[in-house]
Design a protein around this ligand. Structure first.
Ligand code: GDP
Ligand code: MG
Length: 325
């Protein structure tokens, strides 16, 4: 039988589970190519099944190692898993850190696992703006679990973390994340605390301090109806019980069930949609503003000092908001 891809849109091939089509779409998404837009629109009605889990924490605490271990555990439970890892990459090369790709290659022959690293584009601790679109592609492909690994700093990143269903905030005993000095922001985004490197000295102390902090939550908690659990893990040493990976997956499942049993799931999905729309609208407007400014008659006046930036900005907004996005 001959292959007739022209009969099918790329989106349809992605929906049919063709990983090559998915990989190309994700590349176009990451390069912010216009071609991706039609595919994403076609995929949109097919999302909503996945459990989206953010894994965040300082560099070196063991997020990638943990993601690797979580993939193995979820696969053992018969779930398919997709991962998007944001690497704090050099703004000069824009490339993702090779180590993550190599480490996760253990899963590269497993069709139930799909892993992509994207560069963070160099804005401070920043998040590639394409993350939510890559999550959309994974979700439409039907993956049961989607893990998003990010370094937990920067506003753009916090927005994405907020729109995960479940956020794991990962610490390690020696990561310099003094728990008492832990940013209040982390308490606001955490659904589950993970003390990784439990094999190292000081892990128990970190865990105790985290628990105390959760108990003193003082209204900063993301979800007052959910008691944030703290789990200890080791990706390198110990018996399966000591490594704690199964217990961590159990906690993720409990949290998902908690969200499903109340308004939490709908709220988080709505929050993700809002930030998605805002980003799209913002990008669309920014492009138009830039174009309109270059052609704007007031620009010459501004350069001659005959008007001021505020007046031109107002006039410019007036110009572009009369156009459709
Ligand atoms: N002792 C110990 N080292 C770990 C553990 N998990 C990860 N590491 C090490 O910590 C370093 C950073 O791990 P990585 O997963 O890249 O951290 P990330 O930057 O948070 O993604 C690596 O050298 C890992 O081998 C653990 O459970 N125990
Ligand atoms: Mg990593």
């Amino acid at each position: 039988m001959t292959h007739a891809p022209s009969l099918h849109s790329r989106a349809q091939r992605v929906l049919a589970g063709e990983t090559i089509a998915a990989a190309r779409l994700i590349r176009d998404v990451d390069d912010r190519r216009e071609a991706a837009r039609a595919d994403l629109r076609e995929l949109f009605p097919h999302v909503g099944k996945a459990h989206i889990i953010g894994v965040t924490g300082s560099p070196g605490v063991g997020k990638s190692s943990l993601v690797d271990a979580l993939i193995t555990e979820w696969r053992a439970r018969g779930k398919t898993v997709a991962v998007v890892a944001v690497d704090p990459s050099s703004p000069f090369t824009g490339g993702a850190i090779l180590g993550d790709r190599i480490r996760m290659q253990t899963h590269s022959l497993d069709p139930g696992v799909f892993i992509r690293s994207v560069a963070s584009r160099g804005f401070l601790g920043g998040l590639s703006p394409s993350i939510d679109e890559i999550v959309l592609v994974f979700d439409a492909m039907g993956f049961d679990v989607i893990l998003v690994e990010t370094v937990g700093v920067g506003q753009g990143e916090v927005d994405i973390i907020r729109s995960s269903h479940t956020t794991l905030v990962v610490l390690s005993p020696n990561s310099g994340d003094d728990v008492q000095g832990l940013k209040a922001g982390l308490l606001e985004v955490a659904d589950i605390f993970v003390v990784n490197k439990a094999d190292l000295p000081g892990a128990d102390r970190t865990r105790t301090m985290l628990k105390r902090m959760v108990n003193l939550g003082q209204g900063a908690l993301r979800d007052p109806g959910w008691a944030i659990p703290t789990r200890s893990t080791s990706t390198t040493q110990g018996t399966p019980e000591e490594r704690g990976i199964a217990a961590l997956v159990d906690a993720c499942v409990e949290h998902r069930d908690h969200l499903r049993g109340g308004p939490g799931l709908a709220e988080r999905n709505a929050s993700r949609l809002r930030s998605y729309v805002l980003r799209l609208a913002g990008e669309g407007l920014a492009g138009r503003l830039e174009k309109a400014l270059l052609a704007h008659p007031d620009l010459a006046e501004l350069e001659r000092g005959e008007t001021d930036p505020y007046a031109v900005a107002n006039a410019l907004i007036g110009t572009v908001t009369h156009e459709d996005l």
